[in-house]
Design a protein around this ligand. Structure first.
Ligand code: C5P
Length: 227
């Protein structure tokens, strides 16, 4: 099979985006970071001075805005109404509000519909929280990628210090990750959950290369794709 879809779900900081980008590069597929779409909506909400509690206004605003995801060698670039927000959507002010925005039914409806459209042509590696359960339940390869909270916080800590996007301590990061995990797992609409047919991978003691290798091996087993 030439083209197929890969769904990668899991909690914050499990390494989904790094892994998904590398797997997409190896297969010549397009990488779609769905978390960036929820972050883009959160960015716009803050720009317009709305509070995440103003659900009707937030949904109306999201329906008016244009989100573009442009795949590039350095990762996916994100534009909102023509403005490049790639860096800004990673700031802690956005991270603080994004899970609340992502729990609004009208927002999920809108973004999931866009994500489903992106996956129609196949050849997509999509990462998020509900990809294998709701967005592309028929994806040929499904992975639920996780790691311990401590390991995930340490990875985020290193990443933030490398690209200068945050000033949080390791402890604060651990708390933030645990808080987002809880909100994402407990929300009513499409909570973070392993799809019954997703392969569970715990990356705590694995290198990035090992995880990528395992996923490519899985692609080969399932659809004859990959290595
Ligand atoms: O992946 P990332 O950490 O950037 O996602 C930010 C937030 O967006 C998550 O904590 C979650 O609340 C939300 N999200 C979601 N469904 C997705 C992707 C992200 O609810 N498919």
């Amino acid at each position: 099979m030439d083209k197929f879809n890969i769904a990668i779900d899991g909690p914050a900081g499990a390494g989904k985006s790094t892994i998904a980008r590398l797997v997409a590069g190896m297969l010549g597929f397009i990488y779609v970071d769905t978390g960036a779409m929820y972050r883009a909506v959160t960015w716009k909400v803050q720009q317009e001075g709305l509070h995440p509690n103003q659900e009707t206004e937030v949904v109306a605003l999201a329906n008016r805005m244009r989100i573009e995801l442009i795949p590039g060698p350095e990762g996916q670039q994100v534009f909102v109404d023509g403005v490049d927000v790639t860096k800004e959507i990673r700031m802690t002010t956005i991270t603080d509000d994004v899970s609340q925005i992502a729990s609004i039914g009208g927002i999920r409806q809108l973004l999931v519909a866009l994500q489903k459209q992106m996956a129609v042509a196949k050849g997509i590696v999509m990462d998020g929280r509900d990809i294998g359960t709701h967005v592309i339940p028929d994806a040929e390869v499904k992975i639920f990628l996780t790691a311990s909270v401590t390991e995930r916080a340490e990875r985020r800590f290193k990443e933030m210090h490398t690209n200068g996007t945050g000033t949080l301590t390791l402890e604060q990061l651990e708390q933030d990750i645990a808080r987002r995990d809880q909100m994402d797992q407990e929300r009513e609409i499409s909570p973070l959950k392993r799809a019954h047919d997703a392969v569970l991978m715990d990356s705590t003691a694995m290198t990035i290369a090992e995880v990528v290798d395992e996923i490519l091996g899985l692609c080969k087993d399932k659809v004859g794709g990959g290595k």
